[in-house]
Design a protein around this ligand. Structure first.
Ligand code: HEC
Length: 232
């Protein structure tokens, strides 16, 4: 008898708890079990709530009234969570490189950019490895535009031929970074340092050191075989 009663009370308690947890709807997320697991204690970097009454203790259940996450930082200007960059400064990456500012269409201007990486055998070996990783699918192992993917999409530049031999290092860097015509941009996949290593490899090994670090040579659209892309 006693056991049945206890089970009955427990049953009611469980049913009550389940019902209470189901109150979600509209803006209300319902009862959260262990909210610390969902809400980061860190500042939320891209939020900025300047409500001085709540000041970040929006979901606080703590006795001291402090928020479980912080939506405004009263020590920063405008209560922003992210810091403003120091006035009149330009960010550099860990190698000291400035941001690459040329837009995709500013190909001619890019020719004046110099390769900041000193050329040596180790750089060439690494450049070759990176070229094989990122470029051979289209340009082929020898750079002649005959990679497996290149054969399918067609119109891939033969880096060993014609006017391509005259391309400046800055120009090649630009094309890899921003893309050109049918070649997509690789700036988000390859670091600036690695692109410059690939550029060394292309100029020194594939193109036999021709016109390395010289002014831009024009490559007209006619140099690229125009081939229709088959439907995927
Ligand atoms: C998805 C295929 C693809 C990949 C991957 C690719 N390319 Fe290209 N590349 C092309 C095509 C297509 C062209 C011809 C672009 C055009 O003018 O329409 C081209 C053109 C070029 C040119 C000539 C640019 C000019 O001014 O005409 C250079 C230099 C070049 N690629 C270097 C590279 C390097 C270095 C890599 C590796 C980081 C690379 N490409 C990866 C497809 C590719």
């Amino acid at each position: 008898m006693k056991i049945a009663k206890t089970v009955g009370i427990l049953g009611i308690a469980v049913a009550g708890f389940s019902l209470a947890s189901c109150g979600a709807g509209g803006e209300n997320q319902g009862l959260e079990f262990a909210p610390q697991m969902y809400h980061s204690v860190a500042y939320e970097p891209l939020t900025q709530i300047t409500d001085f009454e709540t000041k970040g203790d929006l979901i606080s259940t703590r006795e001291d009234g402090k928020g479980e996450y912080f939506n405004s930082n009263i020590n920063n200007p405008h209560n922003m969570n992210m810091r403003e960059p120091v006035a009149n400064t330009v960010p550099r990456d860990k190698n000291g490189y400035l941001p690459y500012r040329y837009k995709a269409f500013e190909v001619e201007e890019s020719a004046s950019t110099k390769n900041p990486i000193k050329l040596d055998d180790a750089v060439l070996t690494e450049g070759k490895r990176l070229f094989q990783l990122y470029c051979t699918p289209c340009h082929g192992a020898g750079g002649e535009g005959d990679g497996t993917v290149g054969n399918i999409i067609g119109g891939v530049a033969n880096l060993k031929g014609g006017a391509y031999l005259g391309l400046s290092e800055g120009h090649i860097y630009h094309v890899v970074m921003k893309g050109k015509g049918r070649m997509g941009a690789h700036g988000s996949q390859i670091t600036p340092e690695n692109i410059w290593k690939i550029v060394h490899y292309v100029k020194q090994d594939l193109q036999g050191g021709q016109n390395a670090d010289t002014a831009v040579a024009e490559v007209s659209d006619q140099d690229v075989t125009q081939v229709e892309t088959p439907a995927n």
